[in-house]
Design a protein around this ligand. Structure first.
Ligand code: DGL
Length: 272
């Protein structure tokens, strides 16, 4: 029976950049977006805490009727996804699925035939080495260089992403990653906030380097997942509607969400 909205989870607003592309490609489905704004940022938190928070969010989305949840957050995908898939799902919901954003991004690198990939992300994502491990597993010949950019999320959330002050922090990390990895040919924006910095990032990246933003590729991979898993696709409801929940103030979410979505939305508060 088609009665399940697709759940999209992020620590806060960043997952909206992924949601926007998923809904753009597949507007026919229903979506529930959940942002754990009361407890973000996740990027600086420990493995255990991110895992606990993410599991609570997944359980909340399941209780709202979702059968498939996308962790539209690199930090949650890096620190919680594997454990949830392997340890929790078989116990709490064996027929439901949770997918992340790291695997689809790594698959895309393979398709692009990159030789040396640069990963930009939060401290948590980079420290977890999830990208490195996933790339080594799928494409052991690809070289990987990583750089944590702790100031980039606050730049976006404080609406400084297109202001002149942002250039200092962007240049700093782009210069560092290219100093460490001179032959980088592909750069992954491994944090859902970073697409908002893309215009400025492009100014400091050599022209021949491909910059990968995750929204479009995660949407494409989800569509391919549905083609491979019609049993899941057939459970997703087709009302074309999106509901938004936050663990913090709905008013604040509504206001800041406009940076990411270019539209006004209705938001409800929920607790995890
Ligand atoms: N959305 C998170 C990510 O993609 C970054 C924000 C946070 O640190 O909570 O990694």
């Amino acid at each position: 029976m088609r009665n399940a909205p697709i759940g999209i989870f992020d620590s806060g607003y960043g997952g909206l950049t992924v949601f926007k592309h998923i809904r753009g490609l597949m507007p026919e489905y229903d979506y529930i977006y959940l942002g754990d704004n009361a407890r973000n940022p996740y990027g600086t938190r420990s493995f255990d805490v991110v895992y606990q928070y993410t599991l609570q969010a997944v359980e909340k989305l399941f209780s709202m009727g979702c059968e498939l949840v996308i962790l539209a957050c690199n930090t949650a995908s890096a620190k919680a996804l594997r454990t949830i898939q392997q340890k929790d799902l078989p116990r709490i919901a064996p027929h439901k699925r949770v997918l992340g954003v790291i695997r689809p991004s790594v698959e895309e690198i393979g398709e692009l035939k990159s030789r040396h990939v640069g990963i930009l992300g939060t401290v948590g994502t980079i420290k977890s080495q999830s990208y490195l491990l996933e790339i080594q597993k799928l494409f052991p010949d690809i070289k990987v260089t990583a750089e944590a950019c702790p100031m980039w999320v606050p730049l976006v959330e404080n609406r400084e992403y297109d202001k002149p002050g942002a250039d200092y922090f962007i240049r700093q990390h782009i210069n560092r990653i290219f100093e460490k990895g001179k032959s980088i040919d592909t750069l992954i924006l491994g944090c859902t906030h970073y697409p908002l910095l893309l215009d400025k990032i492009s100014n400091y990246v050599p022209e021949k380097v491909m910059i990968l933003s995750q929204g479009a590729l995660v949407a494409k991979k989800l569509q391919q997942y549905f083609n491979r898993h019609p049993e899941m696709e057939k459970r997703c409801s087709l009302g074309g509607c999106a509901r938004f929940y936050t663990t913090e103030s709905p008013e604040r979410f509504k206001e800041t969400a406009q940076i990411f979505l270019d539209e006004t939305i209705e938001v409800e508060r929920t607790e995890l």
